[in-house]
Each structure stands twice: as structure tokens, then as C-alpha cells.
Design a protein around this ligand. Structure first.
Ligand SMILES: [Zn+2]
Length: 85
């Protein structure tokens, strides 16, 4: 189930919970989310969340370097060429 971020529409009307933003687990991406903050009831709207793409969750590059391996990165604009990072 997708997780979405919600934040109060008018910061002056919200409480600390909805001003900071909160996450809501929805059954589907097009499912209706909450209309108001669960704590204060102020109108909230879905905000774009930045997915953590590219951030290593496993420490792969650090562990590879510790084991003596080099990690490679594709050279921008060149297909098939890589350089050591
Ligand atoms: Zn609130």
C-alpha cells in the first residue's frame, strides 16, 4: 500500500502535527485521503514526497571499498563507459 505525505493547507490554521506534515497509508494511489488533520481537523492536502532513490540502504559502496573493491559510475553521455568512484 502506498504511503503519502499530507500537510496543512494554511499553516496558521494547523497544529504542530499537520504543520510538520504526516504520513498516511492508503489502499491505492487514487484512494481519497484524509480531508482534515486527525488531531485538529484543519484542511490538509497531499504533498509531493521525495523517494529515496539512489541512497544506499545497505552500505554497498562503503562495504565494497572496505573489502578492497572499486565501485564504478557511468560516465555521463557515454554509453558503456565507466569510471571509478
Ligand atoms: Zn493539525
Amino acid at each position: 500500500m502506498p504511503l503519502f505525505d499530507y500537510q496543512v493547507q494554511a499553516p496558521a490554521a494547523g497544529c504542530p502535527h499537520c504543520r510538520a506534515g504526516f504520513e498516511v497509508l492508503l489502499a491505492a494511489a487514487d484512494a481519497p485521503g484524509p480531508a482534515g488533520c486527525p488531531r485538529c481537523g484543519a484542511p490538509v492536502a497531499r504533498v509531493m514526497a521525495c523517494p529515496r532513490i539512489g541512497a544506499s540502504q545497505t552500505g554497498f559502496h562503503r562495504r565494497a571499498a572496505a573489502a578492497g573493491f572499486k565501485t564504478l559510475k557511468r560516465v555521463a553521455g557515454n554509453k558503456g563507459e565507466y569510471e571509478a568512484v
